[in-house]
Write a protein that binds this ligand. Sequence first.
Ligand SMILES: [Zn+2]
Ligand SMILES: [Zn+2]
Ligand SMILES: [Zn+2]
Length: 210
Amino acid sequence: MNIQLAKLATMKIRTSSTQKKASERRRNDLLDLLSQDDDKQRRPCPDCHTLCKCDKHSSHCTCGCSVDCKYAPRMLSSDPDLYPIESNVVPLVYAMSVLRVAEPCWSCEGHLKNDNELLRPPQVWFYSDSTVYPELISEYLHDLCFIKETSCLWTVMLCQHTASHATTFSIKPEISEEVKITSKILRQLQNDLHVISYSLREKVFKLAEK
Ligand SMILES: [Zn+2]
Ligand SMILES: [Zn+2]
Ligand SMILES: [Zn+2]
């Protein structure tokens, strides 16, 4: 054993019971995710009881459920009258709601001020008791950036000091300070929101099954 390794060996702290608990919890969280209904099995919008358009005329049928549902911007919002979900961020809020284990709680499609300064980047905030889901989403976002599907890297971060007591994370683009945000760049970031939403469930499930 060389000196470096010997040093590491003596530094190791006994963590077996912590590790065992963590891996058990991780396994349960993954199984929980993989057992969730998709949007054809159950409506993703909380409290949506709109009567559907097929022969069933049902308040539970999912025949009309998709990112394009005209009710989604209101049904996905906790304050539909004042703050329906902004159109460019609806697909990602919808996709997060279909995961069901990472409930979105705040979103913004991104805005400029004076046409050339970023007021707020596009983003979605979500609750998660488990760190496994933010991890999987983060891995998916890295993959998307790596294959250049998104215009930049999007990251998952823990939100500090939120008003709620639930653990909250954000999904945001990583924008370097030198980049001047023009309306063209904002449009690219908003396009990323769509790209991220397309295969979120499918790819996060694949990562969870690994
Ligand atoms: Zn809906
Ligand atoms: Zn129906
Ligand atoms: Zn906004």
